[in-house]
Design a protein around this ligand. Structure first.
Ligand SMILES: *[C@@H]1O[C@H](CO)[C@@H](O)[C@H](O)[C@H]1NC(C)=O
Length: 514
């Protein structure tokens, strides 16, 4: 059976000729780059010729892979990064607006970049363009510029940021907004809250974000074409999501899940690290706050509290900490950089203390490791809330990061088997798929190339206005109909009653006259 599948795969992959692919991933953060680069490199490895617009050009050349660097984007983002640990204290609206400001500046600096202008002015031809989509619609315009079909790539599941491009239904009654702590199980008031959060985001998209993206598109790509028509033409979206780690939500045929595709087969660890983990006879815990915000940004009193809590347990700790740390307890090892996936693959790992970035959560589930989540910004609170409600994580608020709280969390996750069992059950689900996620990703890219776009996946929902799609017009019509009918009924009854009254009165008058 496996052999058959293998042969048919070779057949599928053999049939496609070498294609020219443009990958655009302008976000200067490790996680956004990772998901785009993983796919770009895989396509290059399989013989396609890949051009990649990213802020991180490769130092060692890769076969079939050419960089168009947009290094300037790193600086645009740098200011924003500083405020990340403070964000917790800021109002939600402030956070949202700073997100839109940042993505506006990044979209603009990408399309204005000299290297990108040179590429646009060249006679280069592409068979497909893959855009890492994150509030950067104007960049989708490159599809129009190069007359090539466009695939969006999302590092997380579909959301209010892109559902509108596919008319993907996401009822607020059971699809939680990714910006908060709501899960798929919502009370009445939480559903009201969800409606407001989703509604506000939609309004900002409609009246602030998209108008400014249309402007950038007109200025840098094409003045004579509407961005909305370009977005209508988008072929597919690949989302880094899967029911093992994301909610089971409706997805139109134009959205394909490839969750976990970014995870590489485990590599050999450096010798000292391998020894350290092999000798963790009571197991070890990995601790990383990710790459955008970092452990070194934690307040000194938090670091002290964390070390005191660690000193009390028998497990070893591997902490990704970006500076030197002194006076470590015996069971704590600090490294400036950790090969996270390979460490999570080690059989001795017992738990993962993480900021709850979506890639980290996915990797944790992939290897069946329970989570202690310390979410800080973006979708992290939502990711951890979902993991907690699915029974494979506990959460610590970053403002509550004290010795006692962390000790509680460690004991809970290490001593209560259900967290590990739930994570391992989900791991088995993630591994039980008809195609390996990376093979599925390549398959869909080549499908778009083979058919020069995929109008066959387009939902008819895209051809009606939002109020038609949500049946607002029908309900309004029915409402008016029922009101009119009630009015007619009311006046008729009233008139009939009046008539009867009058007749009775006349009869009395007649009788009296007789
Ligand atoms: C959308 O796709 C159609 C069919 O391929 C093409 O004719 C049209 O020019 C495209 N629109 C834009 C704005 O690129």
């Amino acid at each position: 059976m496996k052999l058959l599948l293998f042969i048919s795969l070779i057949f599928i992959f053999d049939k496609i000729e070498t294609s020219k692919i443009l990958v655009v991933a302008p976000m200067p953060t490790h996680s956004h780059f990772t998901v785009a680069f993983r796919l770009a490199k895989e396509l290059a490895d399989r013989g396609h010729v890949v051009t990649a617009i990213t802020p991180y050009p490769q130092k060692i050349p890769i076969k079939n892979y050419k960089d168009v660097p947009v290094i300037e984007n790193i600086e645009v983002m740098a200011e924003e990064k500083k405020a990340f640990f403070e964000k917790n204290k800021r109002k939600m609206t402030e956070n949202i607006m700073s997100l839109f400001k940042m993505t506006f500046l990044l979209t603009q600096s990408t399309l204005a970049n000299g290297n990108v202008r040179t590429l646009m002015n060249s006679k280069e031809h592409f068979d497909v363009i893959i855009v890492e989509h994150f509030l950067n619609e104007a960049i989708v315009g490159l599809g129009h510029h190069f007359k090539a079909p466009v695939i969006l790539l999302s590092s997380v599941i579909s959301s209010v940021m892109n559902n509108y491009i596919f008319a993907n239904p996401a009822p607020v009654s059971y699809v939680p907004s990714k910006g908060g702590m709501l899960t798929k199980h919502m009370s009445f008031w939480q559903r009201v809250q969800n409606l407001f959060m989703t509604g506000i985001f939609n309004l900002i998209m409609e009246f602030h974000h998209l108008p400014s993206q249309r402007e950038i598109f007109k200025k840098y790509v094409s003045a004579g074409v509407e961005l909305d028509d370009v977005l209508y033409n988008v072929s597919l979206m690949l989302t880094n999501s899967h029911v093992s780690v994301s909610d089971a939500v409706p997805l139109v045929p134009g959205i394909k899940e490839i969750g976990g595709y970014h995870i590489m087969p485990p590599q050999k660890l450096p010798d000292d690290l391998q020894n350290y983990l092999d000798n963790a006879h009571d197991g070890f815990i990995l601790f990383s706050m990710g790459s955008t915000l970092q452990s070194k940004d934690l307040k000194p009193w938090m670091i002290d509290a964390i070390l005191r809590a660690f000193a009390k347990i028998k497990q070893k700790i591997l902490w990704k900490f970006e500076e030197d740390l002194n006076q470590l307890p015996e069971n704590v090892k600090v490294m400036k950089w950790v090969p996270q996936q390979d460490v999570l693959a080690h059989p001795n790992v017992r738990a993962f203390i993480t900021h709850g970035g979506f890639l980290s959560c996915t990797e944790s589930v992939y290897y069946g490791v329970p989570i202690i989540g310390i979410p800080v910004f973006g979708d992290q609170k939502y990711n951890i809330a979902a993991a907690v409600s699915n029974g494979y994580a506990v959460k610590i608020d970053v403002s509550e990061l004290r010795e006692q709280k962390l000790t509680w969390a460690l004991n809970e996750v290490l001593n209560n088997a259900r967290y590990r069992e739930n994570s391992q059950r989900r791991s088995r689900l993630m591994h039980d798929q008809p195609l390996k996620p990376i093979d599925a990703a390549v398959y869909w890219v080549e499908h778009v190339i083979r058919h020069r776009g995929t109008p066959h996946f387009k939902s008819a929902g895209l051809n009606v206005k939002w109020y038609q799609r949500e049946m607002v017009d029908i309900f309004l019509f029915l409402h008016v109909m029922v009101t009119v009918m009630l009015l007619v009924f009311y006046t008729t009854v009233k008139n009939v009653l009046n008539l009867i009254d009058k007749k009775k009165a006349n009869a009395v008058v007649r009788k009296n006259n007789e």
